[in-house]
Design a binder for this molecule. Sequence first.
Ligand code: SF4
Ligand code: FES
Length: 364
Amino acid sequence: MTYPADIPAPIAMLAELTYRCPLSCPYCSNPIEMAKKETELDTQIWADVFAQAAKLGVLQLHLSGGEPASRRDLVALVAAARKAGLYTNLITSAIGLTQRRLADLEQAGLDHIQLSLQGTDAEMADRIGGYKGGFERKMQAAKWIVEAGFPLTLNAVVHRQNLHQLPEAIEMAVAMKARRMEVAIVQFHGWAMLNRQGMMPTRAQAEEANEIVAAARKRLKGVMVIDYVPADYHSDYPKRCMGGWGTTGLNVTPDGLVLPCHAAQTIPSLQFENVRDKALADIWYHGAAFNAYRGEDWMQEPCKSCDRRKLDFGGCRCQAMAIAGEAAATDPVCIKSPLHDKMTELAHNLSSGDNVELVYRKSP
Ligand code: SF4
Ligand code: FES
């Protein structure tokens, strides 16, 4: 089989090993309808997918979920990924990681751990994660992770209810000896979309977060790198989602569907193929879903003639679907979108209400 030379190979693959998770964060990006345990790919199929990914050109494998540690075969999966020659990153809440298991993961060749943070104290973290005692277990696991010698990234998802803890979260990451920190203002997909009213930051909070991150980056130069996802509902230009549709990365769901991004299933016109039926390379290069928004032919005005179109590819297709009702529309975050003012008003209205009750994610 020949593949088009003008389509780049993917660099990264996100393997959602399972949707099972002991936590139930209301901002979870997993779909509302989740694949059940019985339909999850087994160890052998995942190992084959990892080998195919490496052959396709993938360099980094992100093992995610749900909670990937809920898979009993996690160590075997890491070993298989390592054997395929992939750089392996485990994205975890750390619930389910014991000292023994971490030693086994280290032995199997795990390269890096990304630890999620729901809050900087037990009250906040356990409330947002919906898991009593979770914070204490996480702090213990963080120590074990560093002691075991894993490079650590602390991943803080922030929103209206915990943004006041951002300075403390940055200090925590430094104290944990994290090499990187990802500060992500919640993106409204999946369960987070159900919780926009409870979690939308105010404009003042979004602006303060920009300043806090800018100052911390300056202060911690050479100590810790900070990646930052700003509050896009309060921005004037959209983010380059997924590095550009079908250019950089792909996601595989627990039951084997191959998606151009984690929220792609919210675009009803797209159909997805499964690694059980087709080769990964074939899906990447020829899959209709991957080709739907590649390049620029699908773009409408104002993106079509905009000089930023190669920078942001018109923003996020899933956000355009959710707000504009059309995935090929300009991301309404963009100041040039006819819906930008509506987006700004929406952000203001959603952020200025009372703290409504949160809808917690349910495990399948
Ligand atoms: Fe990006 Fe489209 Fe806005 Fe231009 S018009 S900045 S390409 S989203
Ligand atoms: Fe799907 Fe942005 S989340 S393109």
